[in-house]
Design a protein. Structure first.
Ligand SMILES: [Zn+2]
Ligand SMILES: [Zn+2]
Length: 449
């Protein structure tokens, strides 16, 4: 039975009481992406496995080991996307977006899947926001993508440090790889088993290793920035100059590397200490070889991705402002069938005006209805029974202070004394109160949480 009532390991439910935070975040990231000309692209949840084999790396790459790959009923090898870039590029190539009007700017908001070892904050189904800017090799595009993340974090109330590096191009990287190889090969026997294996194929990956001994050996390793060719040096200088011109502070971190060949030049990360020491909450960079590697034209690209679960955790840990939860404006209780029908009719009028309103849909006693209204946190309530139907009036009670307004049950929504007009009048009072002096608004209450 437990298998029916417990979600698979590494998955997470977003409950109705929490989903407003996700809606806010998803709206905000797309709104800001739009200011930079990035429009949303929606790509399938699964792709041909070959696409990810080509993009996320060779057989030893961690991401590929963690992929959810299966054979479908037609005998094709299919993989649930482990990230958003490959599908986005596949789509841009397939639909000929790269043929004109460059750069192409696309933003995505999607779930991704990796079979990771269960540990805190690592889900097997997780959510990413990212952008891809395709077709420009100029440093201005690197800087624009970075500035968008900067702007977004400001808007979300997240403080993060920008760390920057350049990993050069295939030309200058060859010399670096050689120097790096020599550095690590001198202490080959001390390396962890994974790194002994990596050393021959891709010594840059050793800089990423979390094993203490490999990190210690990596301390004095040569630095890519010392090996950049003329073109890569100039590109990096231009990126930095642009960022400085925009007032965006950065730190150079020569330890940011990417293990895959198609990554080039700029790499960057935004790092926060709100959810553990120095965690990366956004990673991005340039990938000038990838579009071609996926069968498209020889065009450059730059982008980033961020995990939304981590962004939300960072926002909560930072006390970032969230919008107020939606609130139930009116609960209209009733006794008997005729009153129940009247309540349903009035509640419908409120909904037509855009207010959340409720009436009894269970057939409960008035006492139980009011208990439910309290639980919902309804701002107003009224109870309709035979005497209210007879008099054509009812008392609308403001739940927080108990004050009462009489409403006319037969008044149309636009007529004086109707339920709709009473709710509008109370909202006006509130706005007037907020304008008149200091008071607690829903927003400031949430910001201080
Ligand atoms: Zn170079
Ligand atoms: Zn190692």
């Amino acid at each position: 039975m437990a298998i029916l009532t417990k979600g698979p390991r590494g998955t997470q439910d977003v409950l109705p009481s929490q989903s407003y935070k996700w809606q806010y975040l998803e709206h905000k990231v797309m709104e800001i992406a739009g200011l930079y000309g990035f429009r949303e692209i929606r790509v399938p949840t699964f792709e041909h496995t070959e696409l990810f084999n080509r993009s996320v790396g060779d057989t030893t790459d961690v991401v590929q080991k963690e992929m959810y790959t299966f054979e479908d009923k037609g005998g094709r090898s299919i993989t649930l996307r482990p990230e958003g870039t490959a599908g986005t590029l596949r789509s841009a190539i397939e639909h000929g977006l790269l043929g004109d009007a460059l750069p192409v700017k696309a933003a995505y908001l999607l779930s991704a899947f990796r079979y990771e070892k269960p540990q805190a904050g690592r889900l097997r189904e997780f959510h990413q926001f990212g952008v891809e800017m395709l077709g420009s090799s100029a440093a201005a595009s690197d800087a624009e993508v970075i500035s968008m993340v900067f702007h977004l974090f400001q808007a979300l109330g997240i403080q993060a440090k920008l760390e920057l590096n350049s990993i050069g191009c295939p030309t200058c990287r060859a010399n670096y790889q050689k120097a790096l190889y020599e550095h690590f090969a001198a202490r080959r026997e001390e390396l962890c088993d994974t790194c002994k294996d990596r050393l021959e194929r891709n010594p840059m990956r050793l800089l990423d290793c979390k094993s203490p001994i490999c990190q210690q050996i990596g301390q004095g390793a040569p630095v890519m920035l010392d090996f950049l060719c003329e073109e890569c040096t100039a590109h990096f200088a231009q990126v930095k100059a642009r960022l400085e011109a925009m007032g965006i502070a950065y730190e150079i971190n020569p330890k940011i590397v990417r293990g895959l060949d198609y990554y080039t030049k700029t790499v960057f990360e935004f790092v926060s200490d709100k959810i553990g020491a120095q965690s990366t909450i956004c990673a991005g960079g340039r990938y000038d070889g990838l579009i071609q590697q996926l069968g498209g034209p020889a065009l450059p690209g730059v982008g980033f991705a961020m995990g939304l679960e981590r962004i939300l955790m960072t926002m909560e840990a930072s006390g970032s402002p969230f919008p107020a939860q939606p609130e139930c404006m009116v609960y209209l209780g009733s006794m008997g069938d005729a009153a129940g029908a009247k309540a349903a009719q009035l509640v419908e009028q409120l909904r037509q005006e855009g207010f959340w309103a409720e009436c009894d849909t269970v057939g409960r006693s008035v006492k139980a209805q009011m208990k439910y209204a309290n639980k919902l946190g309804a701002r107003f309530s009224a109870i309709l029974g035979d005497s209210e139907l007879e008099s054509g009036t009812a008392d609308l009670k403001k739940m927080d202070d108990g004050s009462v307004t009489q409403i006319r049950l037969d008044a149309g929504p636009d007529e004086p004394g109707s339920l709709v007009q009473a709710v509008y009048a109370s909202r006006l009072d509130e706005v007037a109160g907020a304008l008149a002096g200091p008071g607690e608004t829903a927003d400031s209450k949430n910001a201080n949480r």
